[in-house]
Design a protein around this ligand. Structure first.
Ligand code: SF4
Length: 425
């Protein structure tokens, strides 16, 4: 039984240095498949799909709204040739009704414990159109080790530097932030995995550098501290979404190998200034996620925000414009106010303005998006800032003797040399 699992391509953020992380959803999903299923994984961002390759069944895994139209196209090609196609993943849940028009089946929810039935239905020619398990989430004890063996690992590097491996220690989120669909997807419930299972999985990954992709680690102080305590002996270096702003927690995170965090920065308050400083005081670098186009934003406030990012010495910044993804509060508000300008999902790349901003024209917001990238990286390019982050981690690896000289390290030195040459450093 050959199952081709496809991750459709999507355009990367305009202005951002292009690199590709190994995807997480498909490898976690693959871990939940019955043992007799042979998985052939194709990440279309990095290799073309061979539509002539014989397969029994096709799965299309979609994480982003910007992937859905390409996912539908791929499914249409296979279905025309009589191959049945099932869709799953976050964006399938956000676009379930439209996806049904291109699918033999759509799977909604988390797959652990559910795939035996789906594949049995496939074998017996009785696939259901919709497998809706959104309100029937598996206990997190059932989450197994992700099938990273299906990845073609050599593809995931940037100029020879191996990318981080992705892993998760929890699901869900108890918050309900304005532009985010996680509460729709996960029911506003924080669901930690058993710490020993998450640690076992991290320990087994043949990569010293990880990205812990949990929505936010700042959900439960005791759990977070316990996780970090258990991570210390692994000596991994990792990035993550926010860590709780508490000196005890930050201290343990640093001991556990926290390398840098992605932190949303939405204003120029003293609180944010202090939050960034506290990360840095613990040796944790910060990449800001900067979302432009909120109703509180004016042209002046956005320019002030960008000055502020430089003042607080952020290590990196990723600028996006608000995209009202389905099943978010932003989508509900902007739809109700008739402010959505495009419902072409290919436009939902988070670098194109698809709605009418409150205090400026869409064109002005688009211009400010480019201004943000250009102003922030004017004195030091993205590549140079990336190189500085990389240097931080290699120095720490050398200090705790987890530095493993491999081909990738030679490549990273070459990358550093090139980056430095650009700046006379
Ligand atoms: S943005 Fe992050 S913290 Fe906020 S609801 Fe979404 S996942 Fe949770």
């Amino acid at each position: 039984m050959k199952f081709k699992l496809i991750y459709p391509k999507w355009p990367k953020l305009n202005r951002q240095t292009e690199f590709h992380l190994p995807p997480h959803g498909p490898v976690v999903f693959a871990g939940s498949l019955p043992d007799d299923v042979e998985v052939d994984f194709v990440d279309e961002n990095l290799e073309p799909i061979d539509f002539n390759d014989p397969v029994d069944f096709v799965g299309i895994s979609m994480m982003l709204t910007a992937q859905v139209k390409r996912g539908w196209e791929i499914a249409d090609i296979y279905r025309k040739n009589g191959i049945r196609v099932i869709f799953g993943g976050i964006s399938t849940m956000l676009h379930a009704e439209e996806t049904l028009n291109h699918a033999d089946a759509v799977f909604l929810g988390e797959s652990e414990g559910k795939m035996e039935k789906v594949f049995s239905d496939f074998y017996h020619n009785r696939l259901e159109k919709v497998y809706d398990y959104m309100d029937d989430r598996p206990p997190t004890e059932m989450i197994g080790t992700a099938r990273r063996d299906i990845l073609k690992r050599d593809l995931y590097n940037y100029r020879g530097v191996q990318m981080v491996d992705l892993v998760h220690a929890s699901r869900g989120c108890r918050f309900n932030c304005y532009p985010c669909a996680v509460s729709y997807l996960g029911g506003r419930q924080f669901r930690p995995r058993p710490i020993d299972k998450a640690i076992e999985e991290m320990a087994a990954i043949d990569n010293n550098r990880l990205f812990i992709v949990d929505n936010s680690l700042a959900q439960n102080t005791e759990w977070e501290m316990e996780l970090f305590r258990e991570m210390i002996p692994l000596k991994k270096k990792w990035c993550s979404h926010p860590i709780e702003d508490d000196p005890k927690v930050l201290d343990l995170a640093a001991q556990a190998g926290a390398w840098y965090v992605y932190q949303t920065i939405f204003d120029t308050s003293d609180y944010i200034r202090g939050r960034i400083r506290r990360y840095k005081d613990h040796g944790i670098a910060v990449e800001g996620s900067i979302l432009l186009g909120l109703d509180t934003h004016t042209e002046d406030s956005i320019k002030r925000l960008i000055d502020f990012l430089l003042e607080i010495d952020l290590d990196m910044a990723e600028f996006t414009v608000l995209a009202p993804f389905p099943h978010t509060r932003a989508f509900e508000d902007l739809s109700r106010q008739n402010r959505i300008l495009s419902r072409d999902w290919d436009d939902y790349t988070a670098d194109r303005v698809v709605f009418l901003p409150k205090h400026m024209t869409p064109e002005k917001l688009q211009e400010l998006f480019y201004y943000g990238w250009d102003a922030f990286y004017r004195d030091e390019s993205q590549e140079f800032k990336m190189f500085k982050l990389l240097r931080q981690v290699t120095e720490r690896e050398a200090a705790d003797q987890t530095y493993r000289p491999r081909r990738r390290d030679l490549a990273s030195r070459a990358f550093g040399r090139e980056a430095r040459q650009g700046f006379g450093d």
